[in-house]
Design a protein around this ligand. Structure first.
Ligand code: DC
Length: 216
């Protein structure tokens, strides 16, 4: 089974690169960050405090979350745009730090990959925890300024304010006790600050082909 794990901090280019690579490899793509965002949406919708581990884990178990190629629904409602809002950006790291939520979503991620027979999966703990035996494990990174500028180009806003918000999320994601953001054993780190999307995709595509040739 062909599985490509793509991890890294916010704004490193994971979604763009993962989608393009999936298209090129002709395998499906899963954005696991959208799953954490969807659970956060359900919590805010129901007036549940994002740090309430028990209540949020219950929601993660009971809510019907569907992450498609370009739409996300929670209990049948399209939340594709809403999950990218400031409200969600500010609460999602707290939800992602809850072990119960991580356990539920990891199982869903593994089930998704089994059902689809592989895929390009992006997140924070994909190469370290969810798929440590992936065909290729990539840690994508870029300088903080470049990452903030990319977010502003995509969603608008003030570069300095976004840079602060990204740094705070990185700090929380990297310092949490359960599966913090870090490089996986055997992963390759790619700094995308000065590379074009096509260059990164071509490099990763070549690596997948090379790994498969080596591993048979
Ligand atoms: O990639 P993103 O910005 O959409 O991720 C949203 C949040 O979810 C971010 O705070 C990190 C967290 N996350 C995680 O902890 N584990 C994953 N596999 C994916 C995302």
């Amino acid at each position: 089974m062909r599985v490509v794990a793509i991890d890294g901090p916010a704004g490193a280019g994971k979604s763009t690169i993962a989608r393009a690579l999936a298209r090129r490899l002709e395998i499906p793509y899963l954005d696991t960050g959208a799953m954490y965002r969807a659970v956060t949406h359900a919590a805010l919708r129901d007036g549940v405090e994002p740090g309430d581990a028990e209540a949020v884990t219950h929601l993660a178990t009971t809510a019907h979350i569907h992450v498609g190629y370009d739409t996300v629904t929670v209990d049948g409602v399209d939340v594709t745009h809403e999950i990218r809002s400031d409200r969600i950006n500010q609460a999602v790291s707290r939800v992602a730090a809850i072990s119960g939520v991580r356990m539920v979503l990891r199982e869903q991620q593994r089930a998704w990959v089994s059902k689809h027979g592989g895929g390009v999966v992006e997140g924070r703990d994909i190469g370290t925890v969810v798929f440590p035996d992936a065909t290729l494990k990539v840690f994508l990174t870029a300088s903080a300024q470049v990452r903030a500028r990319r977010r502003v180009a995509e969603y608008g806003g003030d570069v300095e304010a976004i840079a602060r918000s990204i740094s705070e999320r990185d700090r929380l994601d990297s310092s949490r006790a359960d599966s913090p953001l870090m490089t996986a054993d055997g992963s390759i780190t790619v700094d995308t600050s000065d590379l074009s999307i096509d260059e990164v995709v071509a490099k990763l595509h070549a690596l997948v082909v090379e790994r498969e040739a080596t591993n048979g």
